[in-house]
Design a protein around this ligand. Structure first.
Ligand SMILES: O=C(O)CCC(=O)C(=O)O
Length: 260
């Protein structure tokens, strides 16, 4: 159960960290699952420099799917987004793509299709310690809402190839909050929030779940159709799941897709 203050923190600043939600043993089990799945997917998985950023590993691995319906994730996300939540997918980041060792300031979405009232949310489980200058998520608190969101468009433009320092400072000097974490912490963040990462190092393994409220307007539906079309063909392990929470997350999405 999140407290009223935690919910207010998420709504006001656009992110929330729940410290030490998972035990060391639970994190070790996650690491084993993620390592095994990623090494299997990669030809050169055993190599130090190997990396992968892949969707649907969570859906393919029952032990990882179980985390989605775990109270610490499922109830928390229902408290943040409302009871009727949909599954927008998963990602595993494993190792470091050298091109993204610094992941510059951006929000997840298109400037041209902004619906800040639709709070798509990422749940991040960082399986290795993350510190400010060595891979911690940085966020600009409150930037998920206008007018700050719109004011910061130059950062999104820089991310997409425009002026790299629109405010006369390098990315790491942009005023922000570093969300330092230890394994076992859970980070929730609104995908309209401006975020970045600088100085990734080590193996850096991250499990990511994505959720949103069930779309109720044509505009939200169109945004999902254009930005996340795969949600309308849920992975069979979710679509055919006997687990009520998992099934509910994808229920009706195929029909919505036909409407979209
Ligand atoms: O690597 C991270 O911690 C964040 C990645 C990121 O920028 C994103 O998920 O959009």
């Amino acid at each position: 159960m999140l407290s009223r203050e935690q919910i207010a923190h998420y709504q006001t600043f656009g992110f929330l960290v729940v410290r030490q939600a998972f035990t060391r043993e639970e994190v070790e089990a996650m690491v084993r699952e993620v390592d095994t799945a990623c090494v299997e997917k990669l030809d050169r998985g055993g190599e130090e420099s190997a990396y992968l950023w892949a969707s649907e590993i969570v859906e393919e691995q029952p032990a990882l799917t179980k985390l989605v319906e775990d109270d610490r994730v499922y109830l928390a996300i229902s408290e943040l987004l409302g009871e009727d939540v949909i599954w927008i997918g998963s990602e595993i980041m494993w190792g470091i793509d050298p091109k993204l060792a610094d992941h510059t300031w951006h929000f997840d979405g298109l400037k041209s299709a902004r619906h800040l009232d639709y709070p798509r949310t990422k749940v991040m489980l960082y399986l290795d310690p993350q510190r400010r200058d060595t891979g911690a998520l940085r966020v600009i608190p409150g930037s998920h809402r206008d007018p700050l969101h719109k004011t910061l468009f130059p950062l999104q433009d820089a991310h997409l190839g425009g002026d790299p320092s629109p405010y006369g400072v390098e990315g790491p000097q942009v005023p922000a909050c570093a969300v330092e974490t230890d394994p076992g912490d859970i980070v929730f963040f609104n995908q309209w929030l401006y975020h970045a990462v600088y100085g990734k190092e080590g193996k850096r393994r991250v499990i990511i779940f994505k959720f949103g409220p069930r779309p109720r307007t044509e505009a939200h539906l169109a945004m999902l159709r254009d930005g996340a079309p795969s949600i309308f063909t849920p992975h069979p392990s979710f679509r055919d799941s006997k687990r009520p929470r998992i099934r509910r997350l994808v229920e009706g999405l195929e029909a919505l897709g036909r409407k979209a």
